[in-house]
Design a protein around this ligand. Structure first.
Ligand code: SF4
Ligand code: SF4
Length: 334
């Protein structure tokens, strides 16, 4: 279904959803930083900046309780958090690099263990994607086969138009249901042309060649030079729309507390530290190698997909200037 929605009506739609009790999550300013988060009204939405962290946290929060415990005398009570209580959500203003990573994550969260915390949020969330009209030097979605107007992962996709408003296209039943329930806010396409789309400058990688090199070079002197600067801060994993490692920890006292699922990162020394004291990834190059291997080889081996959508966040915010696009580009030319 192809339609048109004005900026005014898009805001009216968000306000109506909020008034109806729907959780509306969108980019908004949080202490001066653009982040995805729940809106209290449409005036708070920020659609001209890529949020610092990705949209994955709408499904996989940085930190969440999965159970609580309490001890009274000799009796211990355990209380599970029931994902059935998660709210219906509309996630709005999701850039193509963020939206595309979400179905990629479906594979791992519904693989050997069905993660109901992730999957229930997926079932209850409608994703409204938004095409990009500007890119910076770190963006490289086109190099990994996506584009500034790629609707992968979006239920409904908006493209900004010359003269204002958005071309609006539905891709799933969820997207159609959102439009049909608010049909009077949408109009037939008005013939306006789309604003010029962003043009990321990175040359397209040959992902098959990248994987072929990785298949045969688990041990290679190149890893030392690639990763020598990495300080293992984990920023790249925390900002990434596709990284999904987490740790389960109990936080509390012997009398009461919570079991929590917290983001983790393979760049951390402790990530693979065994109880025996042994650490199979004892040096940072081994940990950075895992990052590249996981994204461009292991995830492809297991699920036939690449674990990078070219959002560029890890390039923008790496404190030592490590550029994953330059590394993968170099590998693709070997
Ligand atoms: S952001 Fe940079 S320094 Fe930090 S772990 Fe990632 S690559 Fe290493
Ligand atoms: S690896 Fe870097 S560029 Fe690729 S999706 Fe993750 S944060 Fe974005």
């Amino acid at each position: 279904m192809q339609l048109y929605i004005s900026e005014k009506n898009l805001k009216a739609l968000l306000d109506r959803l909020i008034a109806d009790g729907m959780r509306v999550v969108a980019p908004r300013m949080d202490a001066g930083t653009p982040l995805y988060g729940p809106l209290t009204d449409s005036a708070g939405i920020v659609l001209d900046q890529l949020p610092r962290r990705s949209a994955k946290e709408a499904f996989f929060p940085l930190c969440e309780d999965i159970m609580s415990y309490e001890k009274q005398g000799r009796k211990v009570s355990l209380t599970d958090i029931d994902p059935a209580g998660f709210p219906e959500t509309v996630l709005v203003g999701v850039r193509p690099c963020d939206a595309a990573a979400i179905p990629v994550l479906d594979a791992v969260f519904s693989w050997d263990y069905k993660d109901e915390f992730f999957l229930e949020r997926r079932r209850k969330t409608t994703i409204v994607g938004l095409a990009c009209t500007k890119a910076d030097d770190a963006c490289f979605c086109t190099a990994v086969g996506l584009s500034p107007a790629n609707p992968k992962g979006s239920d409904l996709f908006l493209t900004p138009l010359e003269g204002g408003g958005y071309a609006c296209e539905t891709f799933t039943e969820k997207g159609e249901a959102l439009v049909n329930a608010n049909r009077e806010l949408f109009a037939e396409p008005n013939g306006s042309t789309a604003l010029p789309l962003a043009e990321p400058q990175t040359e397209r990688f040959d992902l098959k060649k990248v994987k072929a090199w990785l298949d045969g070079h688990f041990e290679d002197p190149a890893w030392d030079s690639i990763a020598v600067r990495c300080v293992g801060c984990g920023a790249c994993a925390f900002l990434c729309p596709a990284c999904h490692c987490f740790d389960i920890v109990d936080e509390g006292t012997e009398k009461a507390g919570k079991r929590r699922k917290n983001w983790d990162a393979c760049g951390f020394w402790k990530f693979t530290h065994h109880a025996s004291g042994h650490n199979p990834r004892d040096l940072q190059p081994k940990r950075y190698r895992n990052r590249i291997m996981h994204k461009f080889k292991y995830y492809d081996d297991k699920f036939g997909q690449t674990l990078c959508s070219g959002c560029g966040r890890c390039i923008r915010f790496c404190p030592v200037g490590i550029d994953i696009a330059a590394i993968v580009s170099e590998i693709s030319k070997k």
